[in-house]
Design a protein around this ligand. Structure first.
Ligand code: FES
Ligand code: FES
Length: 167
């Protein structure tokens, strides 16, 4: 006799991710980080510690950075989310991505999506941050390669690029 395995219940949510509107069923206990990676295929959001300590899973939700490993997908219902995949436009890197490339703001790259997303949010609210303000902003993002100097330089360069762009 076959054993019936019941499917877990799902809840329908609508949300916008990188400009694309979704209406999609999710398990109520599914983490937003797993939802982005497994259900939407957006694997640029990395999972490091899975308990809010490393910042690798950082995304922007309704304009503010959020740890997607500490958020249930259902909590994103009605929200607008930006992940690392949403930054480049028409094959052109976002100025923050360009700056990380030019100023050697990455080594192994595992922390980089979270770092870049945190930097985008910082520069949105403070286009000309001091070194100290940059270090405070990225204090929740751990780079295991310990290369913070290049990261701070990259964020300063990104600020310059964005200020130039805005004239
Ligand atoms: Fe979310 Fe580390 S994986 S903070
Ligand atoms: Fe390797 Fe940050 S570049 S963990």
């Amino acid at each position: 006799m076959a054993i019936r395995c019941p499917q877990p219940p799902t809840t329908m949510i609508t949300l916008k991710v990188n400009g694309v509107q979704y209406e999609i069923p999710v398990e109520p206990r599914k983490l937003l980080s797993d939802f982005l990676r497994e259900d939407l295929g957006l694997t640029g959001t990395h999972i490091g510690c899975e308990h809010g300590a490393c910042g690798a899973c950082t995304i922007i939700m309704d304009g503010r950075t959020v740890r997607s490993c500490l958020t249930f997908a259902v909590q994103a219902g009605g929200a607008e989310i930006i992940t690392i995949e949403g930054l480049a436009k028409d094959e052109s890197l976002n100025p923050v991505q360009e700056a990380f490339n030019e100023a050697h703001g990455l080594q192994c790259g595992f922390c980089t999506p979270g770092m870049v997303i945190t930097s985008v949010e910082l520069l949105n609210r403070n286009p000309n941050p001091t070194d100290e303000e940059i270090r405070v902003a990225i204090s929740g993002n751990i780079c295991r390669c310990t290369g913070y100097k290049g990261i701070v330089d990259a964020i300063k360069l990104a600020g310059e690029k964005l200020r130039e762009q805005e004239g």
